[in-house]
Design a protein around this ligand. Structure first.
Ligand code: ATP
Length: 252
């Protein structure tokens, strides 16, 4: 995962008082990509994006392909720089604007406050599937044996054959890698979890497992912000769908 390092807007807006239970509030968000290999052409993606995520709910980002759903998710996780606007993330001492957070702060927020299940697993050479899943818990200070126990539980629930657990996932199928990725994302307990198409390569049985995992997170008070191309999954988990094409800066 990359972290943007460029400075953002000149002035950091004052933190708002987020309503009780609000974990994330996106305000007036705008982003355009600059295509340096195309003579600096600017490609506007979203303008004026705004929505909130409350504890115990799942908000789905909807809209057609290319509308900017993944770009919004990446801005919330601090992977993409924002041009204007604010992304208020609830922290223990009050809201932090992710759009202005320094890289070190962002890494700390990722450890404690915000998790992310990316679309594809980033394979780490020579690390077993079990340790890929257990690693975020170990990074939080959980003892390796305990972290691996929880990882085993999740991999078993996601029907990953036990013979694969000790192998690095580089050679796994797309669906097997996605299940390792989902397990890695769901193992920790940050209050906000971002999901980028977590069921895209999964069969119906494992899609249902992911739906159950999301439902359990919601019941424990986690807020989720996700992209679900599969309408059945979206209908099963989403409390609200935010149509990103409403924030488009050009026809999609
Ligand atoms: N790093 C990048 N550099 C340049 N353009 C980009 C970059 N990332 C995304 N885009 C462009 O921004 C637009 C929005 O892309 P994005 O992936 O956010 O859409 P999406 O709604 O998630 O699409 P899909 O449903 O197909 O995944 C697209 O036109 C895409 O080409």
């Amino acid at each position: 995962m990359t972290l943007h390092t460029a400075p953002q807007q000149a002035a950091t807006p004052l933190p708002p008082a987020l309503p009780a239970g609000t974990l994330l509030r996106v305000e007036h968000l705008a982003k355009a990509f600059t295509l340096h290999l195309r003579g600096g052409t600017r490609l506007p993606v979203v303008d004026g994006a705004g929505f909130s995520v409350r504890a115990g709910t799942c908000v789905a980002l909807g809209g057609p392909s290319g509308a900017g759903k993944s770009s919004i998710l990446k801005m919330v996780y601090g992977n993409y720089r924002t041009d204007t606007g604010a992304i208020w993330l609830a922290d223990e001492d009050g809201p932090v604007d992710v759009a202005h957070a320094a890289p070190r702060r962002m890494l700390d927020l990722r450890r404690r406050r915000i998790g992310y299940v990316s679309q594809f697993l980033r394979v780490i050479p020579r690390v077993s599937a079990l340790d890929v899943v257990a690693e975020p818990l170990m990074a939080e200070g959980v003892a390796p044996d305990q972290a691996r126990l929880k990882a085993r539980d999740l991999l078993a629930r996601l029907n990953l054959p036990e013979r694969l657990w000790s192998l690095p996932p580089a050679t796994f199928s797309g669906g097997e890698q996605q299940r390792v990725n989902v397990a890695r994302g769901f193992i920790s307990s940050q209050p906000l979890l971002l999901l980028d198409e977590p069921t895209a390569s999964l069969d119906a049985v494992n899609r249902q497992v992911v739906i159950d995992l999301i439902t359990e997170k919601k019941a424990r008070g986690t807020g989720l912000l996700g992209i679900f191309h599969d309408a059945d999954t979206r209908d099963a988990v989403a409390d609200e769908v935010v149509d990103v094409s409403a924030f488009a800066t050009r026809p999609n």
